[in-house]
Design a binder for this molecule. Structure first.
Ligand SMILES: [Zn+2]
Length: 113
């Protein structure tokens, strides 16, 4: 070590702290799991990007989903979605959710107008 005494090399103490980049190649991105729709969250499964229920039961609509699930069952809701043409799905699911909510509120009177 033959450095002069007054030589102060400040940069050596201040190495740029690189962010830790994990090289894990896990198949499940955390973001997708966090955005699971109410249906998938309720069933504790991964919400696929093409999840048929995601557009109608966003993550904050758990109650609506539970009502619809109790009345129709997930399998039947998916069946309805598959039968109904794309442009009418919003209306069909609106009816499903409406009926389920009304029946949850009043199991005897139901939504007969
Ligand atoms: Zn989903």
């Amino acid at each position: 070590m033959n450095l002069p005494n007054n030589y102060t090399h400040t940069t050596t103490t201040k190495l740029p702290h690189l962010p830790q980049i994990s090289n894990r190649t896990g198949p499940a991105p955390a973001a997708a799991a966090a955005q699971a729709c109410a249906a998938c969250k309720y069933q504790r499964r991964r919400c696929a990007p093409d999840c048929p229920l995601a557009p109608f039961f966003p993550a904050d609509r758990t109650k609506e989903f539970v009502n619809a699930h109790k009345l129709f069952g997930v399998g039947n809701i998916v069946k309805i979605l598959k039968k109904v043409p794309q442009h009418e799905r919003q209306n069909a699911m609106g009816s499903v959710i409406f009926e389920a909510n009304v029946r949850a509120r009043d199991p005897v009177g139901v939504a007969i107008v």
